[in-house]
Ligand binder design. Structure first.
Ligand SMILES: [Zn+2]
Ligand SMILES: [Zn+2]
Length: 548
């Protein structure tokens, strides 16, 4: 029997940009193709996507892309990959519909083959068979994906929780997971995001209770902010609003689009006479209104953030409004979120961000659910993904506690292939892998050097040192000039820099002064060293040499 390789190009040792290759002989499939969000140090970066070099080099082997669900960390990089490689995509009806919407902004969708593969469906890709299995998560139509290899099922749980009272009534196909265990699961790639939480996570449908409490007691309008993709959450808002006699309006273009799409496809049941337009809100008493809005992550362009700055033309926050913060801050967004919340309080609104009756629950499995998944599928090898190293380490502890021997648990790392042979498995040599930074205009490839420059600029400003030389004669013409913007150091720091540069230049040989590049580098180095040694500052230093 041959070699099966599982290669994460993203999503292993991190939460975000999930993207994993499964290959056997000449056949290769990709599971998910997601993005992640930049950290605070990535100035001017909008999103982060995986480096696709490995896929492009193996384009002749890549036969299909399978998407588990429509969250950005699983689907968001796909438009970038599809603009380079036209590989057929398979996913459930809703995910395909949301993907199509996303692709329409960037390309002619007739160029890509988008196939609906609903829970329970299988697709043959060369020597591989791929099956999707229904599982519960915070977005409808989430599927685990099994890839049948020569050694058995390579099973991706996808993001999941075991929710026995899901909002849409569609339960996890537990029976199929148990059957797969009988057929043989060689490796389970499990969600590990919530491995730090003991016990069993609460059902999504509990949020209805939290909403009901606020809808019946809030004195005025109720605003709810959540992810635009959280369809189960929006469903509960509509249902409870209808029960409590409130009308629902939507503020935010993406949320509006998702609601329209999901209503059209039947994934969202809007009760009759419940949905109104945002412009109609003022025609109703405040205690009869619910407004669903984007901006749960403090995104500057979102409706909620603009409202909090009184910059949203379609609606204003008023005293007596109540905002339900029905989401979890993605690490890195906390300060933007709190700034928004504080502004809302200052405007006289009440913000509920924590409550004994849940107003938000996680879509990811807690410890006991993770154990149940292991017990249900009885994999030979375990590989926790969708978690940072600390999550993977704790998952490993838990698996050891369940009696798994250490050599059957792998801590996956982006770019390292898990190589499975008939009687053994090991992590192999790295493949080309990394991150690609995309700016606000959608352009790929902001380099680490550019990021470093931006960090220097943001922290310590910019210093431009210009010097005129006569390269033919090998002579300096006049004194160096130093200009700075955003630089804040001791009064004499800039003069000292000019003096040091001058002294250095005077010490250069004639032949060295004839080499313009050499002079430029020398000035830059001297100035940088001067600032960092004397002042502990690292401004962006730009040496300019003028040939006179
Ligand atoms: Zn995810
Ligand atoms: Zn998800």
């Amino acid at each position: 029997m041959g070699l099966v390789e599982i290669i994460p190009l993203g999503g292993a040792g991190e939460i975000g940009k999930n993207c994993t290759v499964v290959s056997q002989g000449d056949d290769m499939v990709l599971i998910d193709c997601g993005l992640s969000f930049p950290n605070e140090e990535m100035f001017g970066v909008d999103i982060v996507i995986p480096d696709f070099t490995y896929l492009i080099k193996n384009r002749h082997r890549l036969k299909g892309i399978f998407i588990t669900h429509a969250h950005e960390d699983h689907i968001g990089a796909l438009p970038y990959l599809l603009s380079k490689l036209k590989v057929p995509v398979y996913s459930s009806e809703l995910t395909i519909a949301m993907l199509r919407q996303k692709l329409e902004d960037r390309m002619d969708t007739r160029e890509v083959k988008l196939h609906v593969m609903n829970p329970g469906d299988t697709v043959e890709i060369g020597s591989l068979k791929v099956e999707s299995i229904r599982i519960t998560h915070s977005i409808p139509n989430t599927t685990s994906i099994g890839v049948m290899t020569e050694h058995g099922w390579v099973l991706f749980t996808a993001d999941f929780k075991f929710d026995f009272t899901p909002v849409d009534g569609k339960l996890t196909d537990l029976a199929r997971f148990a059957e797969m265990a009988e057929e043989g699961v060689v490796c389970l790639l499990s969600d590990s995001t919530n491995v730090e939480r003991p016990g069993w996570g609460p059902s999504e449908s509990l949020v209805s209770e939290g909403f009901r409490k606020v809808f019946t007691t809030a004195p005025g309008r109720v605003l709810i902010t959540t992810f635009a993709s959280n369809i189960h959450r929006m469903q509960q808002a509509f249902t409870v609003a209808s029960e409590t006699g409130r009308k629902v309006a939507i503020a935010g273009r993406r949320m509006e689009q998702t609601v329209d799409l999901c209503t059209r496809l039947g994934y969202l049941q809007v009760p009759a006479n419940t949905k109104i337009k945002l412009d109609e809100v003022n025609g109703f008493p405040p205690e009869k209104i619910v407004i669903l809005t984007t901006g749960s992550q403090g995104e500057p362009m979102s409706a909620l953030v603009q409202m909090s700055k009184e910059e949203y033309s379609r609606m204003r926050i008023r005293e007596g409004d109540t905002l339900i913060y029905s989401a979890r801050p993605i690490p890195g967004n906390e300060s933007a979120i709190w700034r928004t919340v504080n502004r809302l309080f200052r405007m006289g609104a009440n913000v509920i961000y924590d409550s004994p009756t849940p107003i938000h629950v996680s879509g990811h499995a807690y410890q006991e659910e993770l154990k149940m998944m292991i017990n249900l599928t009885r994999p030979f090898y375990l590989a926790p993904v969708h978690g940072e190293p600390r999550h993977q380490a704790l998952y490993r502890e838990i698996a050891l506690g369940m009696g798994y021997p250490a050599h059957r648990i792998f801590t996956m790392v982006d770019g390292l292939p898990l190589r499975i042979q008939e009687t053994s498995a090991e992590l192999g040599d790295p493949v080309e892998c990394g991150r690609v930074l995309v700016d606000n205009a959608g352009n790929e490839g902001i380099s680490d050097e550019v990021l470093r420059d931006r960090a220097s600029l943001a922290n310590d400003g910019i210093v431009v040192i210009s010097l005129a030389i006569d390269p033919e004669a090998g002579e300096v013409v006049g004194n160096p000039e130093v200009m700075a913007k955003g630089f804040s150091g001791p009064d004499k720091a800039l003069q000292l820099c000019a003096d040091t540069v001058y002294d250095t230049i005077r010490g250069l040989k004639k032949s060295e002064l004839q080499d313009v590049d050499f002079v430029r580098h020398t000035i830059g180095d001297v100035a940088r060293r001067q600032f960092s040694r004397r002042n502990q500052l690292r401004p962006l230093v730009v040496p300019v040499v003028i040939e006179a």
